[in-house]
Every structure is written in C-alpha cells, then in structure tokens.
Design a binder for this molecule. Structure first.
Ligand SMILES: [Zn+2]
Length: 305
C-alpha cells in the first residue's frame, strides 16, 4: 500500500470534489482542539523576561477562541548548561513564579538544550543532566507520549551530548528510537500524530546563516537540525498518520511540507534571547495550533509585544 492509499484508508485525504462542484474540505472537517505552542522562553530572574513571558501567557489565554492547553517546546530557562546550582535554581524559581501567577492552562513540556544541567562540577550530583529539568517540568521521563483530543502527541528528547560531553547534537538515542518505533506501531493508524522535538527534524531555518557556506558547500551544524533526520523521515513515511512535527530552538519561523508531514519551526518567546524582539526576520512570539479530525493542522504565529 502506498502512502496515498493509506491516507485514503485512514480518511486523512480531503474528499475529492465532483466535477463542476465547488467543495471545500475545510467545511467537512471538525476542529478537535486548539493549543498554544510556547517555546524558547529563556527565563531569568530579571524583570524584563518575567514581565514579557507573563504578557505572552495572557495574550494566549485572552484569545476569544482560547487554547485548551500549552505545549512548551523547551529552553524554558536561559541556560543551565554551564551554570552552578544557585544560578539554575533562580531561573527555575522565576519560571514557576510566572506560571503560578499568570497561567491557568495545563502545560506539557519538552526538554531543550538549555534546560540540561551540564555543569562540570555537578557530574556526581543526582540532578546532573536532564534529571533536574524532568523534575521541574513534572514529566514522566525525558521522552514520552500521550493522547489528547483525538490526537496522539509524541514528545522527543532531541538533545544528546557529544562523546566528549561538552556540546550536544540533535538526534534521538537508540533506546529512544526503539521506543518511538514501538509507540508508532501501537498507535491506532486512524489517530493523527503530532511530534514535538526541541531541535527541528527538518527545517528551512538552518539556511539563515551565510557563514555556513564553506568552500562552496553548506555545512549545517548537527546542533541545529536532527542528524538522524533521514531515519525519522523514513520511519514517518511508514505511518501516514504522522501529520506534523513541531520544534523551536532556532528562534525562527518556518513551515516545510515533506512527504506528507508538515514541519513547523515556531520562533521564540524570547526573540533574540531578550536582546531585542526580532531575531533575523522572526518576531518574538508564540503560536496557536488548530487540530482537526481529518489530520489537518493550522498554525497562527502571534507576536505578543
Ligand atoms: Zn533557545
């Protein structure tokens, strides 16, 4: 069975219009839910990011058609990687303070590179690495999946340390890949799937920097785009119900259609890491996503300033 046949079987293709008849697939589909994607909040204990994030959260909750929950795409805090315990504690405390005061929606988190505690002197600390972030986010593990409003959500852990441990690249480890294959295999083929990874799996944003053309060739850093993109694209191709992959990390906005999957990179709440509200051409903002029963998905990106 090819992808198109599968999509038809799963009811994921728009109904073909009879000749001469004007029909809109949009009329036939039913909105299942709307959620807000917020990401790259990079909070510190300073007033400017705390106030701006509060404004962003209210902007989302004040929508006439209010989102029912939030997905956080990672990089909740400014940086834990090279910071000592006290500095990291202050950032998480600032985050919880803002969420408690200014957000009433459930939040589902995905781990970003800056949420990982990689401080050299903390190597033997039980909170070292991703443990601290998992605790703060109150998630069941560094990767997971859940069902909500007729869709299946997969939250990946895309941040993997390099062998020397000082840096990271974007991919999923063998244990997580085995879990992902199993998770897709046991998900009902009629249930649309949304994948969230902090680092993009496929993204046009990686072409923003001319400095990465070296000797006439593009050299895309492995920390910008999943280095296992070929494996993931191949895996998703076997499951036509995989409809969308969302990411942050680049602080830039794009939308790429590839093999029936839509890849959305979703800007950043912090814009240029709080040094101005625009990073290249992308304004600081968040996104509203509408999920439909036919597996379609729509995004509206909203600068909140
Ligand atoms: Zn970031």
């Amino acid at each position: 069975m090819n992808r198109r046949t599968l999509l038809k079987t799963a009811g994921l293709l728009p109904i073909a219009a009879a000749p001469g008849l004007i029909t809109s697939p949009a009329l036939a589909r039913k909105l299942l839910t709307r959620f807000a994607y917020i990401g790259d909040t990079h909070i510190t204990a300073q007033l400017k990011p705390m106030e701006a994030i509060a404004r962003c959260l209210h902007h989302a909750q004040d929508q006439a058609d209010k989102p029912t929950f939030m997905l956080h795409g990672g990089d909740v805090i400014m940086d834990a990687l090279a910071q000592d315990r006290d500095k990291v504690t202050k950032q998480w405390t600032a985050w919880h303070e803002v969420v408690k005061a200014d957000n009433s929606l459930p939040v589902e988190y995905c781990i970003g590179n800056h949420d990982v505690w990689g401080y050299e002197n903390a190597k033997n600390d039980p909170l070292y690495g991703k443990k601290w972030a998992v605790d703060q986010m109150q998630i069941s593990g560094r990767y997971r999946s859940f069902d909500r409003n007729g869709w299946h959500f997969i939250m990946l852990d895309s941040v993997q340390p390099t062998p020397e441990g000082k840096w990271y690249t974007g991919h999923i480890d063998p244990e997580q890949m085995a879990w992902l294959k199993q998770d897709l295999a046991v998900t009902d083929s009629k249930t649309p799937v949304l994948v969230l990874s902090h680092i993009p799996i496929v993204s046009a944003t990686v072409f923003y920097d001319k400095a990465n053309v070296k000797n006439g060739n593009w050299q895309i850093p492995g920390s910008w785009n999943h280095t296992d993109a070929v494996d993931l694209i191949g895996l998703f191709y076997q499951y036509p119900n995989v409809r969308a992959c969302l990411s942050g990390h680049m602080h830039l906005l794009d939308r790429v259609e590839y093999n029936g999957v839509t890849y959305f990179c979703n800007g950043a709440v912090s814009g240029n890491w709080w040094n101005g509200d625009t990073y290249h051409e992308t304004k600081a903002g968040y996104a509203l996503f509408d999920l439909y029963d036919d597996g379609s998905i729509e995004r509206t990106y909203l600068p909140y300033a």
